[in-house]
Design a protein around this ligand. Structure first.
Ligand code: CMP
Length: 145
């Protein structure tokens, strides 16, 4: 069924944002919300907390604070898997070989400057969408009269 995921256009691809958003729409996604933000070190370290301690973590965090990021709340049937397919493999080298029309193949420079991010599971989508956008939790949120 219809699903939501978080998409990011990373700083290295910011100048290509119009082209990338065009591809996203051509692929049948609805962009429910869109936000431009230059992330602080703290925000990035939080967002990528699961990668803390990995050897690429510091370079990733430095890069992600280097310029503006576009955050997209994407909607489509099977959006999480679909967005990962449209982005292509994390490694730009692999993307160029295996998915030459993918966003990472077209706009990525290397595995760090790989142009885009997407949530990898329903749990991470919920967390990552909430990181950038206000989400209404119909169970927890009780509106005052
Ligand atoms: P992303 O989907 O944003 O999730 C974590 C990011 O870490 C990943 O894309 C890459 O940009 C970056 N990264 C850098 N080196 C590696 C690596 N060796 N393996 C996985 N991710 C890496």
């Amino acid at each position: 069924g219809k699903e939501q995921t978080l998409g990011l256009i990373k700083p290295n691809a910011y100048s290509k944002r119009a082209d990338i958003i065009g591809l996203i729409k051509k692929d049948g996604f609805t962009i429910a919300e869109q936000k431009e933000v230059t992330l602080t070190r703290n925000q990035v370290e939080n967002f990528y907390a699961e990668h803390r301690g990995k050897k690429f973590y510091d370079e990733l965090c430095t890069f992600m604070t280097s310029g503006p990021t576009i955050a997209l709340l994407l909607e489509k049937a099977d959006a999480i898997k679909e967005w990962r397919r449209v982005m292509g493999p994390t490694s730009v080298e692999t993307a160029k070989k295996e998915a030459p029309n993918s966003i990472r193949a077209l706009y990525g420079e290397n595995v760090t400057k790989n142009a885009a991010h997407g949530s990898d599971s329903p749990e991470s989508a919920k967390r990552e969408v909430g990181f950038f956008f206000h989400v209404e939790d119909t169970y927890a949120m009780i509106k005052p009269n």
